[in-house]
Design a binder for this molecule. Structure first.
Ligand code: ATP
Length: 272
């Protein structure tokens, strides 16, 4: 995978977004071979590890990577593959399920803000505050006015993080409905994967058009130059992983991280 240009997959700030404009499959032209994708992933993984070290050492910036997508889109898989080269000390992954009773008695960003990265940290969100304008909207748990307010709140929240030195990178793992069918069927066919299935997966599949609309509205309203949304072609797992790894590396490189200078004169150190 040669290209470092992710613009075709970038959702233009504050524009209406149509997911049907984006492919779920890898580009057919100049499509890398599986071995090229594997090599690229290893290469990006090693770079990611070095960049994470610098991020930790400098403690001047932080990175939050948000993963969203329909059920079976591959949030768990991409996190496992992309971050397998990074020291476990260097990355923190947080997953957000149905809010607890205590969460629900706070504003919707309370539980999210508590898990946001500090300077020097790289944090991954497996689902996120976006669930509060997606599943809640589709299932009619909030009204339209609340949803619009929440989208504004999200913009302010991410801008607050940005002002505090935290870059927010948002990835939508884009799978086709037919690919989801294959993946759900594979889980149904394999008893070892039954634990992964929930009744809501099948209910949500029936609501595919509504989820698509909710995603389009949420991503269109919250893609900003500072905190962009990228639509990741996710039908092919190797391509998806390679794409995301490259995108995170590019984001960290653009942060222009610098290793701090020693706090004392190293030339004066005499080792006995
Ligand atoms: P996943 O489906 O993400 O692979 P999982 O099956 O382990 O993971 P859980 O962590 O138990 O899932 O919870 C995920 C579920 O929680 C999803 O159905 C999601 O829509 C729901 N959820 C997450 N955030 C919210 C929210 N703010 N309000 C309502 N439901 C939410």
């Amino acid at each position: 995978m040669q290209s470092k240009d992710y613009t075709p997959w970038y959702i233009s700030p504050k524009r209406s977004c149509q997911l049907s404009d984006f492919d779920t499959a890898p580009p057919s032209k100049e499509r890398p071979s599986d071995s090229e994708l594997d090599d690229h992933l290893v290469d990006m993984g090693e770079k990611l590890n070095k960049l994470q070290s610098t991020l930790h050492a400098a403690k001047s910036k932080g990175l939050l990577v948000v993963f969203q997508g329909m059920d079976t889109a591959g949030k768990d898989g991409v996190i496992r593959s992309v971050f397998s080269h990074v020291s476990p000390l260097g990355v923190r992954a947080e997953a957000f399920g149905v809010p607890t009773e205590l969460d629900s008695r706070h504003d919707f960003l309370w539980r999210i803000h508590a898990k946001a990265p500090a300077l020097g940290e790289m944090v991954i969100f497996n689902r996120s505050h976006y669930e509060d304008v997606l599943v809640t909207r589709v299932r009619g748990l909030i009204d339209e006015k609340t949803c619009q307010k929440r989208l504004d709140n999200i913009l302010h929240f991410e801008s607050l993080l940005q002002d505090a030195g935290i870059t927010v990178l948002k990835c939508y793992l884009h799978i086709s409905k037919s690919e989801q069918k294959k993946r759900l069927q594979a889980r149904l066919d394999d008893p070892r994967k039954h634990w992964k299935l929930q009744a809501s997966d099948f209910e949500d599949r029936a609501l595919w058009p509504k989820f698509t609309q909710a995603y389009e509205a949420a991503m269109g309203a919250t893609s900003t130059p500072e905190s962009p949304w990228y639509v990741v072609p996710a039908d092919n797992k190797s391509y998806r992983d390679s794409f995301v790894a490259g995108l995170i590396v590019q984001t960290l490189e653009n942060m222009k991280l610098k290793t701090p200078k020693p706090t004392f004169d190293l030339s004066k150190v005499k080792l006995a």
